[in-house]
Ligand binder design. Structure first.
Ligand code: NAG
Ligand code: NAG
Ligand code: NAG
Ligand code: NAG
Ligand code: NAG
Ligand code: NAG
Length: 541
């Protein structure tokens, strides 16, 4: 049994970063699946309901055969070998490798890395392979299981066909988007002898409990895409739903029945309105697009004419709410949310007529990736995505920070009482440990999408609560030289959302992808001059 003081020791705070289920809104939905699907051109519906299609598509687009997983034994606790070891998976591609080339690590971050590995190592037509080709690099996909120290432990011993390819002999370059982007930045910051350079894409390195700003970004993205009137309508709908819930009794039952059927009336206001929030799930990976469940589709269903001020006043908010409730994909989304938090068989309104009508929207996540991510954000990162109360509000007022916090308590019953789970995520302690968005490790390039909900917590944030006066610069800093805190080597991709660098077909991200390549061309020669054996002439890439 591990003692509590051991678990909470400061040294381990940043290191106990477990396997996670992506930086997602609504933790049950696998945001990394959606992101990958979006890059592979798979629509949102297929990504949600047939996730096995993702790996299948990746393999068929690549060489047609599977890239095999390899394993290494890693200490469970790097400070206490008596704890034993576990097997960490990784995947390698030497398709473009030439001796002397760098090792490129793509961190898969959240959960099962299988599809990520097949997508980025199996073929030549993806953003990662572009770097491998350009630099004769060895490609490595790393499945993240527990600590920041795992990858350095692995790297130190890494050989290929008996040749030492550890960071002593080859420059290691780390790439990642979202949580993996945080890991790319933190690993360069904390283990500069392992990781020589990093590309930190959409990396919210600042922990923060209150992340209502997530929906402010969704709102801005909707407005920028001509859906401002629709955002107003959705606010009117949510206000109407809230007014009915506030009346309690019959009115509250009736509004729940409208969306969930009569079997759903026992669900709490929080659980009911959380399920309705599923309409925003695709936004971070697809923007307002993404197929039949996208915001564009919902908005044109509600108001074909896209009136700039919405149509709630014209047709009546009650009528508009009824129309929203009848949007065909909504029931699927509600039931999918229900299935994530229950035993997998939510069937509100008897959507599936060959099974019992149950409508249970409040339970515990059962998927292991989601459970561990929930533990991480409930303890360390925060990121509670409650309603952006105010004129741009996109959710019900019952989507409060208190509701989001209650999900932590519900997921881990007894954990607060026993002292394992803090009352609130210890975001400030995490930032004190990591440096949050003030870190400026050398040889790191940062990118994020203009309307990326997660940009708000990256060093590229322009929010009122972000550090003031940070100048975002595309001038490549000198190798090994940190910029001052008020300068950031980075780029905000116009109109993009989360991790759009991964998508080669998204042209506005070309500039960002290219800047990292130019930076590597400037930085790599200095690695070579520092590491060249005495008397050997410097090699230039
Ligand atoms: C490693 O050795 C195997 C077996 O001899 C060979 O098929 C493979 O091409 C080698 N890989 C590299 C990168 O040299
Ligand atoms: C959460 O943060 C936002 C700014 O992003 C602020 O407007 C709001 O008042 C905060 N909410 C609470 C409950 O503190
Ligand atoms: C059940 O649902 C399917 C698919 O929507 C439909 O084709 C079928 O007719 C329904 N069966 C009954 C008995 O309602
Ligand atoms: C409907 O429920 C039946 C019985 O549980 C199940 O076998 C079937 O896969 C379900 N259909 C869909 C479309 O989920
Ligand atoms: C954490 O830091 C923020 C920003 O500095 C501050 O507003 C907040 O009060 C702090 N929270 C706690 C619990 O100390
Ligand atoms: C930050 O950038 C977004 C998108 O470009 C913009 O809409 C927003 O007003 C900016 N926020 C501030 C506080 O300047």
């Amino acid at each position: 049994m591990v003692s509590l003081t051991h678990i909470f020791s400061k040294a381990l705070l940043t290191l106990l970063v477990g396997q996670s289920a992506a930086l997602s809104f609504l933790p049950g939905i696998k945001a990394n699946n959606l992101q990958l699907a979006s890059v592979l051109g798979i629509d949102g519906h297929t990504a949600r309901f047939n996730p096995e299609k993702i790996a299948e598509t990746a393999i068929s687009r690549g060489s047609g055969s599977e890239v095999p997983a390899r394993r290494i034994s890693i200490p469970i606790d790097h400070e206490d070998p008596s704890m034993g070891t576990y097997q960490n998976r990784y995947w390698v591609s030497a398709d473009f490798y030439k001796p002397g080339g760098p090792v490129f690590v793509l961190d898969a971050g959240e959960g099962n890395a299988y599809s990520v590995a097949q997508s980025y190592l199996g073929g030549s037509d993806n953003f990662f392979a572009e770097y491998l080709k350009e630099f004769n690099g060895l490609g490595l996909v790393w499945e993240h299981r527990q600590a920041l120290a795992d990858l350095p432990y692995f790297a130190e011993k890494f050989t290929l066909n008996g040749t030492d390819l550890s960071p002593k002999s080859s420059p290691w370059i780390m790439l990642g988007g979202s949580y993996p982007g945080m890991r790319a930045a933190f690993t360069r910051n904390e283990y500069p002898d392992t990781i020589f350079a990093s590309f930190a894409m959409s990396a919210p390195v600042e922990a923060r409990v209150n992340m209502t700003i997530y929906f402010e970004q969704v709102y801005r993205g909707m407005v920028a895409n001509g859906l401002g009137g629709c955002a107003k309508d959705l606010k009117a709908i949510n206000d109407y739903i809230d007014s009915q819930l506030d009346k309690k009794g019959q009115a509250a039952d009736a509004i729940k029945t409208l969306f969930l059927g009569k079997e759903g009336i026992h669900n709490s206001n929080g659980d009911f309105t959380a399920a309705l929030g599923s309409i925003y799930n695709l936004f971070q990976s697809y923007g307002v697009d993404g197929g039949e469940e996208s915001l564009s589709q919902l908005c044109s269903y509600l108001d074909k004419g896209a009136s700039p001020n919405g149509i709630a006043r014209k047709i009546g908010v009650k009528e508009l709410t009824e129309k929203f409730a009848a949007w065909p994909p909504l029931l699927y989304l509600i039931n999918q949310w229900g299935s994530q938090v229950g035993n997998g068989d939510s069937n509100c309104k008897g959507q599936n007529n060959s099974t019992e009508t149950v409508c249970e929207l409040g339970g515990q996540f059962t998927d292991p990736d989601t459970i561990s991510w929930t533990w991480q954000y409930c303890t360390e990162w925060g990121y509670l995505q409650a309603d952006n109360v105010g004129p741009h509000s996109l959710l019900s007022k019952y989507q409060s920070l208190e509701y989001q916090q209650s999900l932590c308590y519900r997921q881990f019953p007894g954990a607060k009482e026993s002292g394992l789970l803090p009352e609130h995520p210890e975001a400030n302690e995490t930032n004190a440990e990591t440096g949050g968005w003030t870190i400026r490790p050398s040889n790191v390039f940062w990118s994020a999408g203009e309307f990326d909900p997660w940009r708000t917590l990256t060093p590229l944030s322009n929010e009122t609560f972000a550090p003031k006066g940070v100048q975002i610069s595309t001038n490549i800093p000198k190798c090994g030289v940190e910029t001052p805190e008020n300068v950031l080597f980075g780029y905000v991709i116009p109109r993009a959302e989360h991790c759009f660098d991964y998508d080669l077909s998204y042209k506005p991200a070309d500039k960002s992808r290219k800047l990292f390549s130019l930076a590597l061309k400037k930085w790599l020669p200095c690695w070579r001059s520092e590491h060249a054996p005495k008397g050997v002439q410097r090699k230039w890439i």
